[in-house]
Write a protein that binds this ligand. Structure first.
Ligand code: SF4
Ligand code: SF4
Length: 525
């Protein structure tokens, strides 16, 4: 048994900030679906990991829910048709990550029929083998809907030590983002059932649904769902104090267990797995309805949008369609951000499509964006250290990266930085610290790729050298063999020659006079 009980006591994580919530403006209306877009742009890669094999060609007619790509491992995640229609083409199209980039997207033109393919629900999930549940989750194309987009099947099937608790993360602590809150209000039963399905897949005994203490309506709706769908009383709802970024996986686990996920370890090392509440609802839909992941809730909010709200968007819907569905933009728009104001990524275009990890589109006007302040030198005030939830030394990381000493930054655990933005938020010198960390990680990633390439080239060179040496050696051995044969052939020939000569000599002796023999009879007479 674990040496802690998840959720019995609440603990604190280091640092963090109390921020204004700004969530309710998007929670006044129920969830709605925007009109079907004229075209959907489906990136083939909407997860962390390699792309699967594409199954359709341009011109193909597809049905709603039909797989468009196939996964051959848990790290690949298939993409499905969000509606029926025609695959018009596969083309490069702007995507959110990496910022400013383009990627291969399937362009699907809907026919408006919503013609579903045959769905394959699992008959009785309460008796199903964990393996069958994981296969359903994998085939349905689930990747973490909290934003990390890690393939869910890989998280469930890992070779972990025993997992005793599944934590469902519903504490979306970043201002403005309210898609999970709306999901928990409107589909609490799906979260409870999905949580129990995932717990069975993991072999976990308990499910803890973590929500924020400011989500009163959610606590009520989840409470009713537990009464109806959790007969064995395996799930519990825990309200955690709203401090940013307690929705971070490591921070939430620390709040609920008091234990820290090891620096180079995983939550599974503590016997827990953490998944987003929306991932749980999607797992329920995959297993009970046989429905793949083809849509998600997206918050459209911020002072620059006319009617902030939460929309159920088909994957592949361009952002501008969602902005229209939320009444359009208002004022002098400065930027669109994917995610929240602290850790979100500025979007380079409103043509960028919704993917499995798109939780919020924030619309900011010029007056909402912090005035560009002149960046001043670091004054070593230590404010960034005080608020860092990952117990890092943000000012040291910054100094090393700025000096181009990326390895030193890495040795100070740069990769533990969750890019929450707390340090930059409090920095009196207005240093864009998170930009520096992203840059540093990018350089290290590139170097890693370069190192891997160099290693591959080295391995190829060594393999070639080895092959050439082996071939030379083989040739040498063959030559020696041949020579030996020739030599032994020559020796044999000389023995024969010697025998012939001996025979001739003998025969000559016998032909001399005074000797008798056969040749005498037929000799000179
Ligand atoms: S908050 Fe800014 S100025 Fe203060 S130590 Fe950190 S980086 Fe330097
Ligand atoms: S962005 Fe990184 S370094 Fe800054 S406070 Fe967050 S975790 Fe710490």
């Amino acid at each position: 048994m674990p040496d802690f009980e998840v959720g019995r006591h609440l603990y604190r994580f280091p640092g963090g900030l109390r921020l204004r919530h700004h969530k309710q403006i998007a929670c006044r209306d129920p969830l709605t679906r925007p009109e079907l877009p004229r075209a959907l742009y489906l990136p083939l890669k909407q997860h962390q990991g390699p792309v699967g094999e594409v199954l359709v060609e341009p011109g193909a007619q597809v049905r709603k829910g039909q797989p468009l790509s196939r996964a051959t491992s848990d790290r690949e995640v298939p993409v499905h048709a969000p509606t029926s229609g025609t695959v018009a083409m596969i083309r490069r199209w702007p995507v959110s990550w990496p910022p400013g980039s383009e990627a291969d997207c399937l362009v699907l033109e809907p026919d408006g029929e919503e013609d579903w393919c045959k769905r394959m629900p699992l008959a009785d999930w309460r008796r199903a083998e964990p393996e069958a549940l994981i296969e359903h989750v994998r085939a349905a194309g689930l990747a973490g809907l909290g934003g990390a987009m890690f393939p869910t099947a890989a998280k469930l099937r890992g070779d972990w030590k025993r997992v005793h608790t599944l934590i469902l993360n519903g504490s979306e602590c970043e201002p403005y983002i309210s898609c999970d809150e709306m999901l928990m209000r409107e589909r609490p039963a799906a979260i409870v059932e999905g949580g129990l399905i995932l717990a069975r897949a993991l072999g976990a005994e308990r499910v803890v649904i973590a929500i924020e203490d400011q989500m009163g309506a959610v606590s009520q709706s989840l409470g009713m769902a537990l009464a109806a769908h959790d007969p064995e009383d395996r799930c519990q709802v825990v309200a955690v104090t709203t401090i940013y970024p307690e929705g971070g996986e490591k921070q939430l686990i620390q709040v609920l267990t008091g234990a820290e996920v090891p620096h180079d370890g995983l939550p599974q090392d503590l016997g827990v797995v953490c998944l987003n509440v929306a991932t749980a609802a999607a797992a329920r839909d995959a297993v009970i309805d046989g429905t793949p992941l083809i849509e998600r809730i997206v918050t459209i909010s911020g002072p620059g949008i006319e009617h902030p709200r939460n929309l159920i968007a088909l994957l592949g819907t361009p952002v501008h369609e969602l902005l229209q569905a939320a009444g359009g933009v208002q004022g002098d728009i400065d930027r669109l951000v994917l995610g929240g104001p602290m850790s979100g990524l500025p979007l380079a275009s409103d043509r960028i499509p919704v993917t499995k990890g798109s939780n919020c589109i924030l619309v900011l006007r010029r007056q909402d964006v912090e005035r560009e302040q002149p960046v001043m030198p670091c004054i070593n005030c230590g404010e960034c250290v005080r608020v860092c939830p990952a117990s890092l030394l943000p000012q040291e990381l910054y100094k090393y990266i700025e000096a181009g000493n990326y390895e030193q930054a890495e040795s100070l655990n740069l990769y533990d930085c969750i890019e929450c933005g707390c340090c930059a938020h409090v920095c009196p010198s207005h240093i864009p610290l998170v930009d520096w960390y992203r840059h540093g990680k990018g350089v290290l990633r590139e170097r890693g790729i370069e190192d891997a390439r160099a290693q591959n080239a080295r391995q190829r060179f060594e393999a070639r050298e080895k092959r050439i040496t082996e071939e030379k050696e083989q040739r040498r051995r063959k030559r020696e063999q041949r020579e030996r044969k020739l030599k032994s052939g020559g020796e044999a020939r000389s023995e024969v020659q010697a025998a012939i000569e001996r025979a001739r000599a003998k025969s000559g002796r016998q032909n001399r006079p005074g000797k008798t023999g056969a040749s005498d009879e037929g000799g000179e007479q």
